[in-house]
Design a binder for this molecule. Structure first.
Ligand SMILES: [Zn+2]
Length: 428
């Protein structure tokens, strides 16, 4: 990969590396693509480029654990090239790619279509998930062992949960022997939100449907010992179920999205299909429970569920428009503005949820700044004020409810393997 062997000295930033309990003004030297040294007044071999980071935060490269790159099969929505460029411009150094492509990665050859394409056109690292079942049809297990050998970092059938409990149990048992997580969407039955805040016309997964699937899968984890990573948990009770399972020692992790952490279901009335996703937006009580879960570690990571669609698709009537919104270019700004600056999450924990935790869950090499780790770094300007402008996204998708939002805090440089793959143009 073109970025993997560069050298760079990042000078004078506030380095926050939760895995090593570091929060200090330090220089960071990346040598030939990997972290070499962290220290004061570091020298570098002649000719090494220097990035001046005074006044900025230097963090281990952020990893987005839930991204839809759409290639192969849906290149009108997004490609690996545009999706990873969007990741870079949002401060994300690596993405875990969801398998709802055509063909889906349900065999080694299909999975290699993604890794080969990513090596040729990707701006950031791409770690694919393989399918749990053949064709994502929920009938026969995919060859999980072969997918793992071909580079799958976990397994999911994405928007189609595995409804057959025996099949899910077999998948968890096999994933355990492979040491990889299963990351199902827990969205079983089309239902709808109840209560006064419920918005009309869109029937997403009801809270009960989501919680029922989580409860079932937690029971299967208890039976098998397989690692379950619950994608985008969205309800207070879902978080409570997961918290209890973790307290009982079960190998369960989970993620929450920036939109479930910042919006409630009224957004659907205002933004229509640009606030339509699955699981749907919930109530303010759920939002508060998600923030609490993120703080206390019941929720391990913030992940975007970046889901680009074409303008024509999202222009359909609400009940026909596809689910999902883009997130790669707004996630870090939303995290800093609405969680860190709002006092809901301290900065070190936010960095942890974006770097160390996703690396740990999917067994990825990054997430920390130890010597020998990938030279992946996200540089943040906590005070940068900016306004979300979807027309400037590098993603093909413009489907976001956050257009026009004023944000405070931004990723101003994205460094992958020592190479600056994105630098904010207003930052010199
Ligand atoms: Zn998804």
């Amino acid at each position: 990969m073109p970025w993997s062997t560069d050298s760079l000295l990042i000078r004078g930033g506030r380095v926050i590396d939760p895995a090593n309990d570091v929060d200090d003004l330090l220089d960071l030297l990346i040598d030939k693509g990997t972290v070499a040294t962290l220290g004061r007044n570091l020298g570098a071999p002649a000719g090494t480029p220097v990035y001046e980071a005074a006044g900025l935060i230097v963090a281990p490269g952020f990893i987005d654990a839930h991204v839809h790159l759409r290639e192969p099969g849906f290149e009108a929505k997004e490609t690996i090239a545009t999706g990873t460029a969007a990741a870079a411009s949002g401060g994300i150094c690596a993405v875990v790619a969801m398998p709802n492509t055509v063909p889906p990665p349900d065999c080694a050859a299909h999975l290699r279509m993604v890794t080969t394409r990513a090596a040729a056109t990707g701006t950031v690292r791409v770690y694919p998930l393989g399918c749990i079942t053949r064709g994502r049809e929920g009938r026969r297990l995919a060859p999980l062992d072969k997918l793992a050998r071909a580079g799958a970092v976990g397994f999911s059938d994405d928007g189609d949960p595995v409804t057959d409990p025996d099949l899910m149990q077999a998948a968890l048992a096999q994933a355990r022997t492979l040491g990889l997580p299963l990351s199902p969407h827990e969205e079983l039955t089309p239902g709808r939100n109840a209560g006064p805040e419920a918005a009309p016309a869109f029937h997403g997964a009801s809270p009960e449907a989501e919680e029922g699937m989580i409860a079932r899968d937690l029971e299967l984890v208890r039976l098998t010992g397989g690692h379950l990573h619950v994608a985008h948990v969205s309800t207070a009770r879902g978080v409570a179920l997961i918290r209890r399972a973790r307290e009982a020692g079960l190998p369960v992790t989970c993620e929450a999205t920036p939109h479930h952490l910042t919006l409630t279901q009224e957004a659907l009335t205002r933004h229509g299909s640009n606030a339509k996703m699955n699981p749907p937006l919930r109530t303010s009580r759920d939002v508060e429970a998600l923030c609490q879960g993120l703080r206390d570690g019941s929720i391990d990571v913030i992940a975007t569920d970046h889901a680009p669609h074409t303008e024509a698709e999202k222009a359909l009537p609400l009940d026909q428009a596809p689910c999902g919104i883009v997130g790669l270019e707004t996630a870090v700004g939303l995290t800093l503005t609405h969680l860190v600056h709002a006092g809901a999450l301290d900065l070190k924990t936010a960095v942890d949820r974006w770097s160390r935790q996703p690396a740990r869950i999917f067994g990825l090499p990054g997430g920390r700044l130890n010597p020998g780790s990938p030279g992946d770094v996200t540089v943040l300007d906590l005070e940068r004020e900016w306004t979300v402008d979807p027309e400037r996204f590098r993603s093909k998708g413009r489907n976001t409810p956050f257009g026009g939002w004023p944000l405070r805090g931004k990723a101003v440089a994205t460094i992958v393997g020592g190479c600056i793959v994105f630098q904010d143009s207003t930052n010199g």
